[in-house]
Design a protein around this ligand. Structure first.
Ligand SMILES: [Zn+2]
Ligand SMILES: [Zn+2]
Length: 336
């Protein structure tokens, strides 16, 4: 079958590889669509610990075409997605329900071959049926389940005011999910006007262009600060600014992924004096179920977030475009 193979850092091929075989507790999924995400770019750039060569792709939807002999409750023809984070269930952290910190963690499309291929083998326990949910919708389950985990870490109380930095795919998923979680007014800020337009269309109460001095316009919507401030940019300067906008007793959720070596300055006295809580949020933790519910109910709209589609052979162009950020980019789908 055809697959995207990252042979080594900065070395990419779309080539034939052996068909994946289902181990006794695995299924083989014929891939319909894969969402491209920052993690894939990091693997390409060599910024991760796994081994090469690797077939990337961890935001995957498709149809079961083969089953290992021990698999129960699944069948060929089922339309599915899967949680790419495979935890051991037995280590120190798994036994404390912190599966996203499993000491023996395996990532499909990260440490073992993923979905940027015609087919992918997946442990049956990772599979979630999507029933008749369109593939274009279900392909957002993984990023949305990261958002759900973030909001399980830190949740706005009913009718609280929320400020979100960043209106990319994640920021706009977050914006819709905080509304479901009970937020009142939700304000979104970003550099790109087209993203802000989309934010408005998807239900932002106010949007603020992040060019020039923004503090005054942001504070217009919350004169005493926001109950919750969420960074969905991963830009250290933006993260450092979050503390300025949070109200006394408020929460800051650091959701965007900053560069590994980035540092910021903050005042511990300020956090003390104003009762500020700061949260990190890593990957997903058994949050595929709630993410699928949000997609099924239509509470979170995802199709407007898709900006580009490529086939498998065009993956090098898709990657180049994503790395160069040469045009306005939202969610990029690869359809094998
Ligand atoms: Zn991802
Ligand atoms: Zn574990």
């Amino acid at each position: 079958m055809k697959a995207v193979v990252i042979e080594a850092p900065h070395q990419l091929a779309v080539r034939d590889v052996p068909d994946p075989q289902a181990a006794p507790d695995e299924v083989v999924v014929a891939v319909a669509a894969v969402g491209l995400c920052g993690t894939d770019l990091h693997i390409y750039a060599g910024e991760y610990d796994g081994d090469y060569p690797i077939v990337p792709g961890h935001e995957v939807v498709g149809t079961i075409v083969d089953l290992g002999k021990d698999v129960r409750g699944l069948s060929a023809g089922m339309r599915v997605t899967f949680d790419p984070n495979v935890a051991c269930g037995q280590c120190h952290f798994c036994r404390r329900l912190r599966f996203n910190h499993c000491l023996n963690w395996q990532g499909i499309g990260v440490t073992r071959n993923g979905g940027l291929a015609e087919r992918v083998a997946v442990p049956a326990k990772a599979i979630y049926a999507i029933d008749d949910l369109p593939f274009d919708v279900a392909v957002f389950t993984e990023p949305l389940s990261c958002v759900v985990w973030g909001l399980q870490r830190a949740t706005p109380a009913l009718a609280e005011r929320v400020l979100i930095f960043g209106a990319g795919p994640i920021g706009l998923l977050m914006m819709q999910a905080v509304r479901c979680a009970g937020a009142g007014q939700v304000v979104v800020t970003d550099l790109q006007p087209d993203r802000l337009e989309l934010a408005t269309a998807l239900g932002a109460d106010a949007v603020v262009a992040a060019s020039g001095p923004v503090a005054a316009s942001l504070m217009r919507w919350a004169p005493y600060g926001y109950d919750m401030v969420i960074d969905a940019t991963g830009v250290p300067e933006v993260v450092a600014g979050c503390f300025e906008y949070v109200t006394r007793g408020g929460q800051v959720l650091l959701f965007g992924v900053c560069p590994e070596d980035a540092t910021i300055q903050f005042s511990p006295f300020d956090l003390f004096r104003r009762d500020i809580s700061v949260y990190g949020s890593f990957a997903v933790n058994v949050t595929f179920g709630p993410a699928l519910e949000l997609l099924r109910s239509g509470a979170v709209q995802v199709e407007p977030l898709i900006s580009h589609r490529f086939c498998l052979e065009e993956f090098p162009e898709a990657l180049e475009m994503a790395l160069a950020r040469s045009e306005p980019l939202m969610k990029v789908l690869i359809e094998p």
